[in-house]
Design a protein. Sequence first.
Length: 281
Amino acid sequence: MLVNNKMNKKIGFMQGRFSPSINKMVQVFPWDSWRTEFMQANKNGFEIMEWVIEQERLLENPIMNETGREEIRKLMEEFGVSVSSVTCDTFIQEPFYKAEGARAEQLLTEFKEIIKACSEIGVTKIVVPLVDKGSLDDQKQEMKLSQGLDFIRALLIEKRLVIAFESDFPPERLKSFISGFDDKAYGINYDVGNSASLGFDFEEEITAYGDRIVNVHIKDRTLHGATVPLGSGNADISYVLRGLQKNGYQGNYILQTARDFNGQDEIVLCKYRDMVASLIE
């Protein structure tokens, strides 16, 4: 089941993939099984997990309190599984740049606390998804986002954390967007499936902003459609992964792949891991 390949050390999974699905949702924080996912990851040869933070029950998330962080640190040490990145789904659920007044300030303050909490367990990248309900709809929202993040830039540098934007902007538009942010604290999360679904050309993407990619999500999607099993959608996984390597990408590859929903997630996830490992060796 496990390919003997040093690249496995760079292939991680999105939290929840080793847990039973909840109401057939693809991605949700696994409240009842987050602890056992460390053991499952270790058993299946994974060393990297990307954590999930949601707006609902935000302060109850283990990463957001010292007791929880201490437990996470112990589990990481016991099972040899690091949490090197976090996906902040709060930006899809209630982005501060779409809120007004005191609520916008509160959401931005909460994000600052998320950054501090993440630094306490060794997280180096926070994925900020500017997609779906978090998409930037106009220049006003983009300005509010930029102004808000200026407020936390010094904290990011102090904590040695990088925000990785995931965006639905076309290549040249995303190049222009990311050029306005300090490369010491901001980069791009490249999502293979989302780009395929949007019909973007990989060569245009890598030429436009390849040097700013700091994290990669692996999944497959149909054109303008849903997430599907790897190899059955519009993403040319092999071409993209080899292209990323050719461009010098040395970061992690996080499996955000389709769920099985038939109790076979563990088997399917390992199959996908081995597939990706064979393409980046």
